[in-house]
Design a protein around this ligand. Structure first.
Ligand code: MN
Length: 211
């Protein structure tokens, strides 16, 4: 098989788990079949943290690695205190456009309200590539968000071999932005994109990819 023939389906596969969980006739979430051109040309990789009131409230932390958003569900959300390490369960890769999705997932997988709690760019501070760091289970990045700033780490745990889900710890690293007293998730509860609260997003029923 020619090189292109091998690479094409492989690229598609990256989002197959994401696509198989959703019915794009009923959800306003992006299908991942097309990507906004501005995202393709952006030079710095992006990150997003989406506050997601599904059956349980959690924060979805996503880092652009290659052409997808590598994703973790963090039940308690981020902390600026380096002593606090949050459980982060790795979930399926999401399309890049998802970073700008805010609104309501009406039914099915992930049904509930989604807020873009923080968004920005990040820098890899390890010498390995992000893809290798992901494989090795040790990611260290500097976030440049509207709410979060500074170095954060994701460390894969090997504690639960019975589960099919990869469990990581997500935490603030020591730097000038570390702050043990700031409770970011409760003190900052508005959208980084639209300044709306979860209640306003629910009432507006205006679900789309903002940009
Ligand atoms: Mn979620």
């Amino acid at each position: 098989m020619c090189k292109e023939g091998y690479l094409m389906p492989k690229k598609k596969d990256a989002l197959s788990a994401y696509q198989s969980k959703r019915d794009f006739k009923t959800t306003p979430e992006p299908s991942g079949k097309t990507t906004k051109s501005t995202l393709k040309t952006s030079k710095k990789p992006i990150f997003v943290i989406q506050k997601h009131q599904a059956s349980h409230l959690h924060y979805d932390v996503r880092l652009q690695i290659g052409n997808v958003l590598t994703s973790w569900a963090v039940p308690k959300g981020p902390s600026t205190d380096p002593k606090i390490k949050r459980l982060a369960v790795q979930t399926e890769d999401h399309p890049l456009d998802y970073a700008y999705f805010e609104g309501i997932i009406p039914e099915g997988y992930g049904a509930g309200t989604v807020m873009v709690w923080d968004i920005g760019t990040y820098e890899n501070i390890k010498e390995t590539s992000m893809k290798d760091a992901l494989k090795q289970g040790r990611i260290e990045v500097i976030l440049h968000g509207k709410k979060l700033e500074g170095a954060y780490a994701f460390i894969e745990t090997k504690l639960d071999k019975m589960s099919d889900k990869k469990k990581w710890l997500f935490f603030k690293m020591h730097d000038e932005f570390a702050n043990a007293r700031k409770k970011v998730t409760s003190s900052q509860n508005k959208s980084a994109l639209t300044s709306r609260t979860m209640k306003q997003i629910e009432t507006d029923k205006d679900s789309k990819i903002y940009e």
